[in-house]
Write a protein that binds this ligand. Structure first.
Ligand code: FE2
Ligand code: FE2
Length: 222
């Protein structure tokens, strides 16, 4: 099954949850206006449907092959981590936070303990990751790029501890969302949130893998 311009936006959102990132970026309504075909929804917002379609396909096709990063210059790897993972997280963390708060506010009474804990765990994770990326971008990555990676044992071990803590938070979110499986009858925002959290886990694992297993060891032994 592939996404087409004739497919209703709501149907795209439910079959291809990562597409909701593109909808959010361009303010395409996939909740109440979800019945409109993609073509119509784009026309309504003055967007080029072919461009939107290619953005959607890019989101759906994001699992990458990391082998090339064993050889590429470290500055290229840093640039890749920042432009692919950090930039996406800076959009995705506030977007998912707003959705979690909304689902808890609207549907909280259906599952009060878990929905509230999801908000709490997510907000702590968001704050932690935001600060973590800032430290990487402002301190550790410039050290590595300047060839001082061998002196970065201290900052690297702090980053590794923070990765572990982020991994634990994502594991807790997985438990609280029943492996990111939305309950029967959940609304589109609720579904999109569950899938968004699942995608966040997948992207963050990939992101941490590139840092822990490739960037940091290479930098320390440079
Ligand atoms: Fe990072
Ligand atoms: Fe990191």
């Amino acid at each position: 099954m592939t996404v087409t311009t004739e497919m209703p936006v709501g149907e795209i959102a439910s079959h291809f949850p990562l597409a909701t990132r593109v909808f959010a970026r361009h303010n395409i309504d996939f909740c109440c206006g979800g019945g409109a075909p993609l073509q119509k929804a784009c026309e309504k917002r003055g967007l080029d449907v072919e461009e939107i379609l290619s953005e959607i396909n890019k989101e759906l096709d994001c699992t990458e092959d990391t082998t090339q990063w064993n050889e590429a210059p470290l500055t290229d790897l840093i640039e890749h981590i920042v432009s692919t993972y950090h930039t996406a997280l800076k959009d995705e963390l506030p977007r998912l936070e707003a959705m979690a708060v909304k689902v808890n506010a609207v549907h909280g009474e259906k599952d009060p303990e878990r929905l509230q804990e999801i908000v709490t765990v997510f907000q702590a994770l968001k704050n932690e990751l935001t600060e973590h990326m800032m430290k990487e971008e402002q301190i550790l990555f410039p050290m590595i790029a300047n060839g001082q990676g061998a002196m970065a044992i201290g900052p690297v071990s702090v980053m590794e501890q923070e990765h572990e803590s982020a991994g634990n938070a994502l594991q807790r979110l997985r438990e609280l969302t029943n492996d990111f499986t939305p309950p029967e009858g959940a609304c589109n925002t609720w579904r999109a949130l569950w899938h968004g959290l699942g995608a966040l886990e997948q992207d963050t694992h990939q992101h941490i893998h590139l840092e822990n297993n490739i960037l940091f060891p290479r930098a320390l032994h440079n």
